[in-house]
Ligand binder design. Structure first.
Ligand SMILES: NC(=O)C1=CN([C@@H]2O[C@H](COP(=O)(O)OP(=O)(O)OC[C@H]3O[C@@H](n4cnc5c(N)ncnc54)[C@H](O)[C@@H]3O)[C@@H](O)[C@H]2O)[C@@H](O)CC1
Ligand SMILES: [K+]
Length: 367
């Protein structure tokens, strides 16, 4: 059985621990890469759905940039699931295909649902970069990336940066959003964008638990990968988020300013009271929860729990945080945890029911 280095105590995994956890999980009887990648990819698809929800006028266009390893595999799985979510048209750029049977099968499954494959970043008829996508999913590199990106992936990362630079000049709400899978590609897994590329995704979906490089990420942040058994989570000091209901992801964005015109980069500086380095996803989540409830109450006062309930959710969330650091948690704290989890889960279930009703209505238009 592989041994871990000293796990970080921050709740964020460094590259060595992420690899050790991954190896340990795969060597644990009962788990397979295929199964975990399927769940990871499903989580990514759900994060896309939540961050860039369907619209009624047309299908959303999603471009997947898939790298040579398992991060790219997550992208292939996510593309297929999004097609089954119905309101998304997916295209995959997969320039360096793995010939492992699992990956060959994943490609075939995408082909079976008519997903087109490209070798390089798409261009328009005029030869310029095609930036007509609603979302670009960066599934190029994950936690095994090191050094400087080599071709053909360096160019794919460069294209994302160029699109971001172009869009900075435009005041347009229809900007393409970039969602990175697990790690923003090109970032050092422990230290972030030390190469100074300037690439900052709008959305990050961390798998299993956030990696060290995401400590100062201030865009929308989801955690997915709802499969870690408690013994491994404990060994690596990973705290699983309280995923609501059947969801494969949970948003833990530090400060999520919903409804503002979402200017990339300026969005990062608009954030109020940004926490400095966070101690765990819980800090991020608490700030998010408080902001989310404040905004939802403003927008739909009759639809959201009362401020007293909200305050108690957040208070007991803080209480849980303290108690979670204490392995001898008492019953009272467990009850508190249950109470805020249950309230939050109930709120999410109501919201999901509303979304499902909307979707039902929209689906009729696509038939
Ligand atoms: N345990 C987990 O949490 C799970 C992780 N999964 C995914 O697996 C990822 C890790 O997968 P892998 O270990 O295959 O690694 P990656 O997908 O991060 O990348 C490895 C590949 O990138 C290449 N590479 C590395 N540095 C490069 C450079 N500078 N230029 C060009 N190519 C370079 C390597 O040769 C290798 O082919 C995670 O980030 C996550 O997305 C999921 O699929 C399944 C569950
Ligand atoms: K990535």
């Amino acid at each position: 059985m592989p041994t871990t280095t000293t796990p970080t105590t921050t709740g964020y995994l460094n590259a060595a621990d992420a690899a050790a956890l991954d190896a340990e999980l795969m060597s644990t009887p009962g788990y397979s890469l295929e199964q975990l990648m399927e769940l990871a990819g499903l989580a990514v698809a759900e994060a896309v759905y939540q961050a860039i929800p369907p619209i009624s006028e047309r299908k959303r266009k999603v471009l997947f940039l898939c790298g040579p390893g398992n991060n790219g595999g997550d992208g292939l799985v996510a593309a297929r699931h999004l097609v089954f979510f119905r309101q998304y048209d997916c295209t995959v750029v997969y320039p360096k295909r793995s010939n492992k049977p699992h990956f060959v099968n994943l490609v075939q499954q995408c082909v079976n649902v008519d997903i087109p494959f490209l070798e390089e970043f798409p261009t328009t008829k005029e030869g310029t970069i095609d930036d007509t996508y609603d979302v670009i999913v960066d599934a190029i590199f994950g936690f095994s990336f090191h050094g400087e990106p080599r071709e053909p992936f360096a160019t794919l990362i460069q294209r994302m940066i160029e699109i971001q630079q172009q869009q900075q000049q435009q005041d347009d709400n229809n900007q393409v959003k970039i969602l990175s899978v697990d790690v923003p590609s090109g970032w050092n897994v422990d230290e972030g964008d030390v190469a100074g590329t300037g690439f900052v995704p709008d959305i990050l979906t961390s798998l299993t638990t956030p990696k060290l490089c995401s400590q100062n990420f201030t865009g929308r942040h989801f955690i997915g990968g709802r499969f870690l058994p408690p013994a491994i989570a404990q060994k690596y000091n990973v705290e699983m988020p309280p995923y609501p209901g059947t969801s494969q992801v949970m948003e833990v964005t530090r400060q999520h300013i919903e409804g503002t015109s979402h200017q990339r980069h300026t969005n990062h500086t608009e954030i109020q009271n940004p926490s400095s380095t966070l101690s765990s996803w819980r800090d991020e989540y608490e700030a998010y929860l408080s902001e989310k409830y404040r905004l939802e109450q403003q927008q739909h006062p009759a639809d959201t729990p009362s401020s007293a309930t909200t305050a108690s959710i957040i208070d007991s969330s803080s209480a849980t945080k303290t108690s979670n650091n204490d392995m001898d948690r008492n019953d009272e704290n467990e009850e508190e945890e249950e109470s805020w989890l249950l309230q939050y889960a109930k709120h999410c279930a109501e919201k999901e029911a509303r979304l499902a009703a909307n979707e039902q209505e929209q689906y009729g238009r696509y038939k």
